[in-house]
Design a protein around this ligand. Structure first.
Ligand SMILES: Nc1nc2c(c(=O)[nH]1)N[C@@H](CN(C=O)c1ccc(C(=O)N[C@@H](CCC(=O)O)C(=O)O)cc1)CN2
Ligand SMILES: NCC(=O)N[C@@H]1O[C@H](COP(=O)([O-])[O-])[C@@H](O)[C@H]1O
Length: 190
């Protein structure tokens, strides 16, 4: 069987992208072949430049479903993995990759999801609500932010003493542990 080819979409520092690349570098069945970002200043670019082909798009490109479909098809992409990608995936790309686009969210959806709920905004809201647990959600992507079928959730215990940064660190550690394995299991069982 040909190895499945995945594209990673990221907008930020790229710690999850690096973990995905490292994990699939050891896989006989899956290759992470493309890193796409909408942010020319994203830290993920420097972190991954020696490991994976990169594409930098602007926000117009991020909104252009037809452009993204053509690019994914030219690169023979089978699955798209969102790792801290902050733009809405256009409906045309979702329709071209039904149940083949996977996202990680740093909270226990459906709480703390939707427009504006990304990165530290999520952990700030969790802290403000004095939550004693948070976690991660890995889900399929549909036309609505953070609304798709949930593939996995993992809880993280919090303390009232935890700062917003402490919450982010605890959640990110679980993302790094779980994301690659959930993606791999989903792809291999498809
Ligand atoms: N069609 C979909 N696209 C995306 C999804 C999705 O579920 N369906 N998930 C997001 C990832 N995400 C949460 O997991 C998320 C990312 C960003 C936003 C957001 O509010 N973005 C801002 C723009 C931020 C920026 O460009 O700096 C906005 O839309 O105004 C919410 C949720 C990825 N895409
Ligand atoms: N709603 C989407 C969202 O908030 N995604 C979150 O952005 C961070 C990216 O970190 P990274 O760039 O170090 O992987 C991660 O915590 C990820 O869950």
């Amino acid at each position: 069987m040909d190895k499945k080819r995945i594209a990673i979409f990221a907008s930020g520092s790229g710690s999850n992208a690096i973990k995905l690349i490292e994990h699939f570098d050891q896989s006989p069945n899956i290759d992470a072949v493309l890193l796409l970002t909408n942010n020319e200043n994203a830290g993920v670019l420097a972190k991954t430049e020696e490991f994976i082909d990169q594409v930098v798009i602007n926000n117009e490109g991020a909104n252009d479903g037809s452009f993204l479909v053509d690019l994914m098809h030219e690169e023979r992409i089978d699955y798209i993995v969102l790792a801290g990608y902050l733009r809405k995936i256009p409906s045309e790309l979702i329709k071209s990759y039904p149940k083949h686009i996977i996202n990680i969210h740093p909270a226990l959806l459906p709480k703390y999801g939707g427009k504006g709920m990304y990165g530290m905004n999520v952990h700030k809201a969790v802290k403000e609500n004095k939550e004693l647990e948070s976690g991660i959600t890995i889900h399929l992507v549909d036309e609505v932010y953070d609304n798709g079928e949930i593939l996995a959730q993992h809880k993280v215990k919090l303390s009232s003493d935890d700062s917003i940064d402490d919450i982010q660190k605890k959640v990110l550690a679980v993302e790094h542990e779980k994301f690659s394995k959930v993606v791999e299991k989903y792809i291999l069982e498809a």
